[in-house]
Design a protein around this ligand. Structure first.
Ligand code: MG
Ligand code: MG
Length: 260
């Protein structure tokens, strides 16, 4: 369990602030006719203009995996997470939903955030999926406080989907973050209250509910990164990096115009 010093907290706070602003700019560019590669190029430019580095470019999630080839993950419709925007670029169409996942390194401090946005007009069920997933993220954030356990966050996320008809993706989840993209602890999107590591002041966590309109099963595509739903149903993903502090939990990657 990594507890951050005051200086480290300040570094991650600044990293998250920069990432939130950039992710909002990239999300604003989403429209029919825009390519996934354009979004990736924009994300990289905005990060470098600020003097920072993309945390995902060339990142190797597990030994033996090839380095991730882009700065941004762009996952459209039945793509769940880690869609590669620049190897076989795709053009967004009216009615798509698109998840944008971005990591930023500021002076060695890493933040991680994702948002799912509609491309033009989408179906009501897509809107409900996105709203439920954003609600699940804030339910998880509400449970992320000193004295609780990681299982309380997982349970809060899982419970937020109750009666929605949507399925949580159980094999993907959140994680510690701060000086590496993925740190301890793993934070499942389903779990039992009162279980897992204790949450303490100074922890930096990335919470990221992911859910599908159909069943929760996913598979890894041949590119080695993109997860897709097995039944072809659509998926949504929201993520924030948060800092646990006494009496309050700070959402570090809040987008400037985001409404919680
Ligand atoms: Mg992410
Ligand atoms: Mg993450």
């Amino acid at each position: 369990m990594i507890v951050r010093t005051k200086e480290e907290r300040e570094g991650v706070i600044e990293s998250g602030k920069r990432l939130g602003a950039i992710l909002e700019e990239v999300a604003k560019k989403v429209a029919p006719g825009v390519s996934t590669e354009e979004l990736d190029v924009l994300a990289l430019k905005l990060i470098r203009d600020g003097g920072d580095e993309p945390a995902f470019l060339d990142y190797i999630p597990e030994p033996g995996m090839r380095p991730y080839p882009a700065s941004l993950c762009v996952s459209i419709n039945d793509e769940v997470v880690h869609g590669i925007p620049n190897e076989a670029p795709r053009v967004l169409s009216e009615g798509d939903i698109v998840a944008l996942d971005l990591g930023l390194t500021h002076k060695g401090f890493i933040s991680d955030s994702a948002v799912t946005v509609a491309v033009g007009k989408v179906k009501d069920v897509d809107v409900r999926l996105m709203e439920a997933t954003k609600r699940a993220l804030y339910a998880g954030i509400g449970a992320a406080r000193p004295g609780n356990r990681v299982g309380d966050i997982s349970h809060a996320i899982e419970s937020a989907y109750k009666d929605t008809g949507f399925s949580v993706v159980k094999v993907l989840g959140g994680h510690g973050v701060g000086t590496a993209v993925h740190e301890e602890p793993w934070i499942g999107n389903v779990g039992h209250p009162g279980t897992g590591p204790e949450i303490v002041e100074g922890m930096v966590l990335a919470l990221e509910p992911i859910a599908n309109e159909g069943k929760g099963a996913v598979y890894l595509a041949p590119d080695g990164y993109t997860y897709r739903t097995k039944d072809g149903s659509r998926s949504a993903h929201f993520e924030h990096t948060i800092l646990i502090e006494k009496g309050k939990t700070l959402v570090l990657t809040r987008r400037p115009r985001e409404v919680a």
